[in-house]
Ligand binder design. Structure first.
Ligand SMILES: *[C@@H]1O[C@H](CO)[C@@H](O)[C@H](O)[C@H]1NC(C)=O
Ligand SMILES: *[C@@H]1O[C@H](CO)[C@@H](O)[C@H](O)[C@H]1NC(C)=O
Length: 360
C-alpha cells in the first residue's frame, strides 16, 4: 500500500457479495447493501478524513434496490474537491434511457493529471492508445462485469451515469482494480480447542484486521492491483505489506515469511465478491472494481508461524472475533458476514428488516 495517495484512498474499498454467485441466492437487499455502502469506506481517504465515521444512518436498502445500486457514484461534492456532479435522477441513471440534456461536469484531479506511474495519460495524448476491454500490455482494462461500451474513445461506466466525465481521482480510464484478502481461522482456547459461542453453539471465526492510521478504523487489509500483477499476488502482497510489515523485513525474514504465505494462500479459499463497486470516486469514464477473497487457515498452524506486525498505512493489526457486533466499515461487515455464513461460523443475525434468504 506504500504507493501514495491513490492506493491509500482505494485500499479500504471492498465489497461483499459475489454478483454471479450470490445475487441469485440472496435477497436484493443483501445484494445491494454493500454496494450502496461502499462509499463510507472511502471515508478514510486522507483527503476526506471528516467523513470518517461508522455510525452514519442506515438507509433502508430494501425499499428500492435500484436506487442504491448507483448512489455513491452520484454524491457531491466529489471527494477531495468542491466539484458538484451534474444531478442524475434515479430514472436517468441507465444509459438506455434517452437524455439529450445530460451535461456532466468534466473533472480529473491534479494528482492524476500530474502523470504518476499508476495513472494513464489523457485520452488523445501522444503515444497513448489504450486497448479497452482487454489486457492492454500490463494494464488490465477488462471489467469483471463483462464488456463495457467505449464512446468517443472513452470507456463508459457499466452501471450508468454519474454526473462527471473524466477520471476524478482514479488513475485508469475504465476499471480500476483492487484486491481485498480476508484471512480467517477458528478461535481456539488455551488447549487448542475451537471455541464455541455460548448461545449459538457455533464455532467462532476470526479474521485479520488492520487499524488504519488515517482514520483509526478497523478494516480489511487490501489495495490496488499493480499493472501486470496477478490478483493472487496482489492479495498476498497487500496482506504482507500491511499485516506483516513485509517492507521492513530482511531478506532472510522475507524468505521464511514467503514460505508460510504460500502455504496460506494455497489453502482453502473462495471469492466473496468480484465486480463493480459503487464508490464516490467513480465517474462516467472510470470506476472501481474489486475482488475479495477469503483464505482460511483451518488448522491455524500456518498463521501461528506468521508474526502479525502492522506496516505502512496500518497503525495496528490483530485477529478480530467475527460476530454481528463488529464495528467496521459497513461494507466490510457485510463482507465478513458472508464469510461467516459460508464457513458456518457464529453470527447472530439481528438485522432482519429485509426478507431473509439463507446462503447455502
Ligand atoms: C478448551 O476447550 C475444551 C473443550 O471445550 C475444554 O475441555 C478445555 O478445558 C478448554 N481449555 C482451556 C484452557 O480452557
Ligand atoms: C441475538 O440477538 C438477539 C436480538 O438482539 C438477542 O436477543 C440474542 O440474545 C442474541 N444472541 C446471541 C447469541 O448473541
Amino acid at each position: 500500500m506504500a504507493r501514495g495517495l491513490f492506493t491509500r484512498t482505494v485500499t479500504v474499498v471492498s465489497l461483499t457479495v459475489t454478483l454471479s454467485a450470490v445475487a441469485s441466492r440472496y435477497s436484493y437487499c443483501r445484494y445491494f447493501y454493500p454496494i450502496f455502502e461502499a462509499a463510507r469506506i472511502l471515508a478514510c481517504s486522507p483527503l476526506s478524513e471528516h467523513w470518517c465515521h461508522t455510525d452514519a444512518a442506515k438507509m433502508s436498502t430494501c425499499k428500492d434496490p435500484k436506487e442504491n445500486l448507483h448512489n455513491k457514484a452520484r454524491t457531491s461534492p466529489y471527494p477531495g474537491s468542491k466539484i458538484e456532479r451534474a444531478k442524475v435522477p434515479n430514472d436517468k441513471v441507465d444509459w438506455l434511457v434517452d437524455w439529450k440534456d445530460y451535461s456532466p461536469v468534466e473533472y480529473t484531479a491534479h494528482s492524476v493529471l500530474a502523470g504518476p506511474t499508476w495513472a494513464d495519460p489523457e485520452i488523445g495524448a501522444k503515444n497513448f492508445s489504450p486497448k479497452f476491454n482487454e489486457k492492454d500490455g500490463q494494464v488490465e482494462r477488462k471489467s469483471q462485469n463483462g464488456l463495457y461500451v467505449v464512446e468517443n474513445d472513452r470507456p463508459r461506466n457499466p452501471v450508468g451515469r454519474t454526473g462527471i466525465v473524466g477520471r476524478g481521482l482514479l488513475g485508469r480510464w475504465g476499471p480500476n482494480h483492487a484486491a481485498d484478502p480476508v484471512i480467517t481461522r477458528w478461535k481456539r482456547n488455551g488447549s487448542g480447542n475451537k471455541v464455541t459461542h455460548p448461545v449459538s453453539g457455533k464455532n467462532i471465526l476470526q479474521f485479520i484486521a488492520i487499524k488504519r492510521k488515517d482514520c483509526g478504523e478497523w478494516a480489511i487489509p487490501g489495495g490496488m492491483v499493480d499493472p501486470g500483477e496477478k490478483l493472487s499476488a496482489a492479495l498476498k502482497r497487500e496482506f504482507s505489506e500491511e499485516a506483516l510489515n513485509a517492507l521492513q523485513k530482511t531478506e532472510a525474514e522475507k524468505e521464511e515469511m514467503e514460505k508460510q504465505l504460500n502455504r496460506l494462500f494455497s489453502q482453502d479459499h473462495f471469492v466473496v465478491y468480484k465486480g463493480y463497486v459503487d464508490d464516490p470516486r467513480n465517474t462516467d469514464n472510470a470506476w472501481m472494481e474489486t475482488e475479495a477473497v477469503n483464505y482460511h487457515d483451518e488448522s491455524g498452524e500456518v498463521m501461528d508461524n506468521l508474526h502479525l506486525e502492522a506496516g505502512d498505512d496500518a497503525g495496528k493489526v490483530k485477529w478480530i472475533d467475527i460476530s454481528e457486533k463488529l464495528k467496521l466499515y459497513a461494507s466490510h461487515v457485510d463482507f465478513i458476514r458472508l464469510v461467516a455464513e459460508k464457513r458456518r461460523a457464529h453470527w447472530n443475525e439481528t438485522d432482519l428488516d429485509c426478507p431473509d434468504q439463507s446462503l447455502n
